[in-house]
Design a protein around this ligand. Structure first.
Ligand SMILES: Nc1ncnc2c1ncn2[C@@H]1O[C@H](COP(=O)(O)OP(=O)(O)OP(=O)(O)O)[C@@H](O)[C@H]1O
Length: 666
C-alpha cells in the first residue's frame, strides 16, 4: 500500500460525527496546513539538478550578505581562511609531487631523502598553515553563529511586533509570518552550509589546478573518477526529498497524533471519552504506511548509491589503468602518477562535502527566502508613521462616526455603520448576542483594528492624527481572549504599565481592586510565583483566577479609558461583585467601556449600546431600554427569569433584576 491510499481518504472526515462513531478502523484525520519546513524540502524535490545548481550562486550570495551585515570582520576571516585553505591544498599537492619526484629519482636512498627534504619541509609548512586556517575558520564561524542569529531574529521580531493586528487575519500573511519566523533559524544554517560549500569547492579547485600543473590529461582522469559518485549522491538526495514530500500529509497527521496523545491539553478529554484505542488505531494506520514507504525508500536509495559507487569504482579503475598506460608509455613520471592517486582521494573527500552542502544550501535557501520575502511584504502591514502627530490630551469625548469593519473572507461586516458617543467619566456598556460585533467595535476604539469605513475621534480628532503611543498610554484594555504570560504573578500585573516603574505597592493595589490580592498571596511564592507550569516551580491558575490577574493588569494604570471585554465570565459571584464595585469607583472620574453578557452588571451604566448583526440597534439607559421593550428588554428579561423562583422567561417582566448589583449599586 502506498502513502496516497491513506492520504486520499476523505479529507474532512473529522467533520462527520457519524464517521467517528463508526470508529477506529478508518482514517478520520483531516488535512492539515503544510509545515514551514516543507517549503524547502518541496522546492528541492521539484527542482531538477540544473535548476538547483543555477540557483546556488544567488543563495550563497544572500548568505554572504546576511553574514557580512551581522559581522563583517568574522565573515572576512572565514572567506580568507577558506580560500587560503584551498590555495594551501594546491600547494600541498605540488609539494607532495616534488617529494615523490625526489624519492623516485635515481641514486642512493640517503641522497634522495636529503634532496626531498626542502619539499618535505614545504609540505609540512603548507599543512601547518592549512590547519591554522581551519582553526581560524572554526573560531570565526563560532563567533559568527550567535551574531547572525541575533541580528536575523531581532529584525524579524521588530517586524512581527509592529505589524497591525489585521495582518493576522489574512490567512496567507499569518502563514508567511510563521514560516518567516522558522526561516530565521535557517539563515545561520545557510551561512554555515554556504561556507562549507565554499571550502569544498576550494578544495576541489585546488586539486584540479595542481593536477593540471602536473599533467593536463590527469584532470580528465580526475573528473572521470569523481563525477559518477557525485551524480549518484545528488540523485539519491533528490529521491529522499521526493519521498519526503510525498509523505508530508501523513507526517502532519503523525505529528498531530503525537500532540493529541502526549500533551496536557488533550489529556483530560482523551481519558474521559475513552479515546485511547481510537487514537492508537489512527497512529497504527499512519505508521504502517510510513514504515512501508521508509523501507521502499531505503531500498531505492541504497540501489542508487550502490550503482554510483560501482560506476565510480569502475571509473577509478579506468583512471588507474590510464595512469599505468601513461607510465608505461613514459608520458608521465612515476611521481606524477602517485600524486594523481593522492589527488583523486582528496578530490573525492571534497566532493562528498560539496554534494551534501548543495542540498543543504538549496533547501535552507528556500526558508531564508521565506524570511526575506516576509520582511519585504510586511511593509504593507506596518502602521503609518511620520508626519506631525499631536500629543494626546486627557479624554473629553470619543465619537464613533459611521464605522464599519469587514473581516477578510466574510460576506457581512462585523461592525456595520455604527455611530455613537462616549463622554469622559461615563461608564458605558456594549451588549448584544454572540457575534454581534461588540469586541470588534471595542478593538477599533482601542486602536487594535482600523475601520474599513468611518472614523473614530478622540476629543474631536481622528485617532490616526494623534501620536499612537501617547494615545495607547491613555487606554487600558482587558481583552476577552487574554494571554497567560509566562511570568510571575507580579510581572503579569506589571505588564499593564511597562513604561512606569513596577512598584510593589501599585501592583498590590491593582490586584486588590481586581480581588486578586488574597488569591496571589495564597500561591506558593506569593507575588513571585511563576505562572507557567512549563518552568520548574511554575504554577497554573484556574480560569477565574487568571481573569482576576488580567483585570488587575487593566487597573494598574489608571487609564483615561478602560475597556473591559467580558472581564467576569469566569468569576465567582463574590469576585464579580467586587470587580464591578471597582469599575463603579471609576464612574464620574474616568471612562469605562464594558462588554458583558451579564446584564445585571450594566443596569446602571450611563449608557447601554445594543448591537445586533454588527449594527447599533438600541441606545439608552437601563430604564429607557427596558421601557422601550426592545431587544435589550427581551434579553434582560430572559436572564432575570433565571433568578426568578417562579420560573421561566417572561419578557413582560423586565424589571425583575438578578440578585447581584450593577454598576452604580446603592
Ligand atoms: N479575526 C476575525 N476574523 C474573521 N471574523 C471574525 C474575527 N473576529 C471576529 N470575527 C467575526 O466577526 C463577528 C463579530 O465578532 P465579535 O468578536 O466582535 O463579536 P462579539 O459581539 O464580541 O461576540 P461574543 O459575544 O461572542 O464575544 C462574528 O461574526 C465573528 O465570527
Amino acid at each position: 500500500m502506498t502513502g496516497s491510499a491513506v492520504e486520499s481518504a476523505r479529507p474532512a472526515g473529522g467533520d462527520d460525527p457519524g464517521r467517528l462513531g463508526r470508529a477506529s478502523g478508518e482514517s478520520v484525520l483531516p488535512e492539515l496546513r503544510a509545515m514551514w519546513w516543507e517549503t524547502g524540502v518541496r522546492a528541492r524535490a521539484e527542482a531538477g539538478l540544473f535548476a538547483v545548481l543555477a540557483e546556488l550562486p544567488r543563495l550563497v550570495a544572500e548568505a554572504v550578505r546576511v553574514s557580512w551585515r551581522a559581522d563583517c570582520f568574522r565573515t572576512s576571516v572565514v572567506a580568507v581562511a577558506t580560500v587560503g585553505g584551498g590555495v594551501m591544498s594546491a600547494f600541498g599537492l605540488l609539494a607532495t609531487q616534488r617529494v615523490l619526484v625526489e624519492l623516485f629519482a635515481g641514486g642512493p636512498t640517503a641522497d634522495r631523502v636529503v634532496a626531498a627534504l626542502p619539499a618535505l619541509l614545504a609540505l609540512a609548512a603548507v599543512t601547518a598553515v592549512r590547519a591554522g586556517m581551519g582553526i581560524a575558520t572554526g573560531y570565526a564561524q563560532n563567533g559568527l553563529t550567535p551574531r547572525v542569529s541575533r541580528a536575523v531574529e531581532r529584525r524579524l521580531f521588530e517586524v512581527t511586533t509592529a505589524v497591525r493586528l489585521d495582518a493576522f487575519d489574512a490567512d496567507a500573511f499569518a502563514d508567511e509570518m510563521e514560516r518567516a519566523s522558522r526561516g530565521s533559524d535557517s539563515v545561520i544554517s545557510l551561512v554555515r552550509a554556504s561556507m562549507n560549500l565554499f571550502a569544498g569547492l576550494a578544495g576541489l579547485l585546488a586539486v584540479a589546478v595542481a593536477v593540471l600543473v602536473i599533467h593536463p590529461l590527469l584532470l580528465l582522469a580526475l573528473l572521470m573518477a569523481t563525477l559518477p559518485k557525485a551524480w549518484a549522491t545528488l540523485r539519491a538526495g533528490h529521491l529522499r526529498y521526493q519521498t519526503y514530500t510525498a509523505g508530508s500529509v501523513r507526517r502532519r497527521r503523525q505529528w498531530l497524533l503525537h500532540r493529541l496523545m502526549a500533551e496536557r491539553d488533550s489529556a483530560p478529554e482523551l481519558r474521559s471519552y475513552g479515546l485511547r484505542r481510537f487514537l492508537l488505531d489512527q497512529y497504527d494506520r499512519v505508521m504502517r504506511v510510513e514504515t512501508d514507504i521508509q523501507l521502499d525508500l531505503a531500498r531505492r536509495v541504497t540501489t542508487m548509491t550502490s550503482v554510483g559507487a560501482v560506476v565510480g569504482g569502475l571509473a577509478t579503475g579506468v583512471v588507474y589503468a590510464l595512469l599505468g598506460f601513461l607510465l608505461v608509455e613514459g608520458q608521465i613520471p612515476l611521481a606524477a602518477a602517485a600524486t594523481c592517486v593522492v589527488a583523486v582521494q582528496s578530490a573525492q573527500r571534497s566532493l562528498s562535502t560539496v554534494t551534501y552542502q548543495v542540498d543543504e544550501v538549496y533547501s535552507d535557501g528556500q526558508h531564508v527566502g521565506d524570511y526575506t520575502g516576509f520582511l519585504a511584504r510586511a511593509a504593507d502591514h506596518l502602521p503609518e508613521t511620520g508626519g506631525d502627530r499631536a500629543t494626546p490630551e486627557p479624554l473629553r469625548e470619543i465619537a464613533v462616526r459611521g464605522v464599519t469593519l469587514r473581516y477578510p473572507d466574510r460576506d457581512t461586516p462585523a461592525v456595520d455603520d455604527v455611530t455613537l458617543t462616549v463622554r469622559a467619566g461615563q461608564a458605558v456598556a456594549f451588549v448584544g448576542e454572540n457575534g454581534s460585533g461588540k469586541s470588534t467595535l471595542a478593538a477599533m476604539i482601542a486602536m487594535l483594528r482600523s475601520p474599513s469605513a468611518g472614523v473614530i475621534e478622540w476629543n474631536g480628532r481622528p485617532l490616526a492624527e494623534w501620536d499612537a503611543d501617547g494615545l495607547r498610554a491613555r487606554i487600558a484594555v482587558v481583552t476577552q481572549e487574554y494571554h497567560k504570560w509566562p511570568f510571575t504573578a507580579a510581572t503579569n500585573i506589571a505588564l499593564g504599565d511597562v513604561d512606569t516603574e513596577a512598584r510593589q505597592d501599585r501592583i498590590e493595589a491593582a490586584a486588590a481592586r481586581a480581588v486578586a490580592d488574597d488569591m496571589i498571596r495564597d500561591l506558593p511564592y506569593g507575588y513571585e510565583t511563576l505562572l507557567d507550569r512549563t518552568f520548574a516551580h511554575g504554577q497554573d491558575l484556574s480560569g477565574g483566577q487568571w481573569q482576576r490577574i488580567t483585570a488587575a493588569r487593566g487597573f494598574l494604570r489608571d487609564a483615561d479609558l478602560l475597556i473591559m471585554d467580558e472581564p467576569s465570565s469566569a468569576l465567582d459571584p463574590r469576585a464579580e461583585d467586587a470587580l464591578f464595585q471597582a469599575i463603579r469607583d471609576r464612574q464620574g472620574r474616568a471612562t469605562t467601556i464594558l462588554i458583558t453578557h451579564r446584564l445585571a452588571n450594566v443596569r446602571h451604566a450611563d449608557r447601554i449600546f445594543v448591537l445586533h448583526h454588527g449594527r447599533l440597534v438600541e441606545a439608552g439607559s437601563h430604564t429607557e431600554l427596558t421601557a422601550a421593550g426592545g431587544r435589550y428588554a427581551e434579553l434582560f428579561a430572559l436572564q432575570a427569569a433565571g433568578y426568578d423562583p417562579e420560573g421561566g422567561p417572561d419578557a413582560s417582566r423586565p424589571a425583575v433584576a438578578p440578585g447581584r448589583h450593577g454598576l452604580t449599586d446603592t
